[in-house]
Each structure stands twice: as C-alpha cells, then as structure tokens.
Design a protein around this ligand. Sequence first.
Ligand SMILES: Cc1ncc(COP(=O)(O)O)c(C=O)c1O
Length: 391
Amino acid sequence: MAMDLERIRADTPGTKRRTYLHNAGAALMPRTVVNAIKDHIDLEAEIGGYAAARQERKRCEAVYSSVARLLNASSEEIALVENATVAWQMAFYSLQFMPGDRILTAEAEYAANYVAFLQMAKRTGAEIDVVPSNHTGELDSGALARMIDKRVKLIAVTWVPTNGGLTNPAAEIGRIAKAHGIPFLLDACQAVGQMTVDVEALHCDMLSATGRKFLRGPRGTGFLYVRKNLLERLEPPVIDHYAAPWVARDRYELRPDFENWENNYAGRLGLGAAIDYALDIGMSEIERRCRMLAGRLRTGLGAIAGVTVLDLGRNPSAIVSFNVAGIDARDVVRKADLSGIAIGASDPDSTRIDSENRRLSDIVRASPHYYNTAEEVDRLVELCTMLKSRG
Ligand SMILES: Cc1ncc(COP(=O)(O)O)c(C=O)c1O
C-alpha cells in the first residue's frame, strides 16, 4: 500500500519547522509517541508512579510484543533497557572469555563496542581480530570464513555503522556464525526503523538497538534480543533482585533477565507506540523510501564539484556521509542549521579503524527518513552547491 505521506507529515509537527535530515542522530517522534509518553506522565502525576504502572500493566507488557513483532522474535527474548549501548553491553559482558579466545569484528565497528573489546582483552587475555573489508567496503565474508578457528568465541559486528553509509552483510555473517556454532552479536542500532529486521533471517543470537534513531522513539530507550537457547545459558554481568530474585540468604535464582527493577514506563510506552507506528506503515515500504531518498541525496551531492560522498558498500543505508572541500564538517552543519536544515557530523573516533584506514577527519552526516520529501533532500543539495559556489 502506498505511504500516506501527507498524514505522516501531519503526524510529525517537527516537519513544519525544519528540514529534518538528522534521523541517525535522533529522529522526530510522531504525535502518537509523544502522546503515549505525556499521557503516562500525566497519569503518574495524578495517581503516582506505582499505581500508574499497575493500571497500564497490559500496555506496558504489550511493548515486548511490539519489539518481538518488529524483530520476528518472541516476547521472552526481549529486554527493554535504556539505550543500545546498555543492551549491547549486557549481552557482551555476559559472555565468558579465556586467554587466547578470539573476538572477530568489523573495520567500521562502533567505538563503544570496540573499547569494550579492549577492556575484555585486558581483563581476560582474549584477542580482537578485525575482519578486513572487501573492495566495496563491506565486511569481507570470505575473509571472515577463513579467519574462523576453534578459538573464535564471538562474532560481533555493527550492521549499519555510525557513518559511511555502509550496510554490512549481516545475514551472510550470521550464516557463517551459525554454521560454526559461534555466537553472533549484531549491533542493529542504526538499522532498526529504517529496514526490515528479522532475527531468523539474520541468524543472529543477540541484537541491540536504540529507540531514538530511525525508530522515532523517545531518547533513553533501547532493547536487547537474546535467542532463547542462549538466554538460558547466559548470566547477566550485573544483577539485581529483579533479574535474579534473592530466594535464600546464600542464593539467588536467575530469571534470566537483562533488566533491573526500576524503569521509565512513559519512555517504554513511547517506544512501543513508535514501533507500532512503523509496523502500521510497513517496514518494507519504509526501507524502500529511505533508500530512494538517500540515493537521491547521494546522487545530488556527488554531482557537486568539491563535495565528496564518503559512503561504502553495495547497498547503502539512509545515512549519507560527505565532506565539502575547504569547509569544516561542523561548519557545514552550522550553516545548514542557519538555513533551517538539521544534519549532523561525526568524528573519526566513533569508527576509528575505518577512519584511519580512509584517513577521514570529521565528516558530515545527513540521514533522511521516510517522512522526508524529495524537495527536502534537494534543499540540502542546493545548500551544498551554494556553499561551494561561494568558494
Ligand atoms: C552503530 C551504533 N551502535 C550503537 C550506538 C549507541 O546507541 P545509544 O546511544 O542508544 O547507546 C550508536 C550511537 O550512535 C551507533 O551509531
């Protein structure tokens, strides 16, 4: 069914104010998300937080089903946490490593994940091996297969890296991991909400994501998927009496769960509303439009002399990275802001290996979403054309 763009934009008050192309930072929430959050806050103010959670118990529980539907998982495999980093950390730090164990990862791995690898290596003597990218810039799955041996205890990869437009071949990586019985932890933080995510098709065992990016949910929300058979074997790295009830003076029992007791229920309801909103539109339709708009932006920017599009891969995502020769990335963002266009910049530390390999400094990051129009995308192209023509 064709997307009702007029209704979608009417649902998104922020689209009236700005040309918002910063969805990989934090997307604009639709009204239904904002209302879900506000309504719950109002209820908490009226009857108190505990009573409000009790009254809305069914709706709070339905959030797990919404995440499960989004991922093609089951509700028991979902933990709701405060962001993608916490989700990822809960999974990663649950795993046990011994000296000489190997962690395989990608060149464009996200900084938060990589520093956790470094810490784990320091603590346990595990080794980090970076799978090289192929000529397209994607993780080279042939190289990955050749790097596998008995010492590989984890494959952990970012699907859609912070910048660089890349979509790593997650399903192919998952197939290789599964064939060798190696746990596969997928950082899907920037994939959820812009493309179809199916944990079965991806063969991933653990997947982390955030609410505020392409899902259009509130800040401070995220979730973790852990496949049931692995869930039963993992002990969370930190527990409280919710994740592990204190059943005797000298004993706790794992539920198992990666959450703890206290939560932002308003945020959770907002996350649920955001997922339901996306699912109502349809993820394949969203994915198609995101790719179309990002493709149009890449083509437009690529045609400007002095603008370099820095994206990689055969099937780039809705994150468009570029530089404008002679103008600092942060200046481009400032100038765009003054023209009513919201975009972002990212620094080399976020994806250090990729940035060093490609000698990248700060880069501009524009990320359209399905609610944007072709005219909005063209507005950014026009601005960059003007910046270059002014010299
Ligand atoms: C690829 C990737 N993974 C994880 C994260 C962390 O997400 P959060 O800020 O929700 O913890 C980010 C944030 O930008 C990201 O780009």
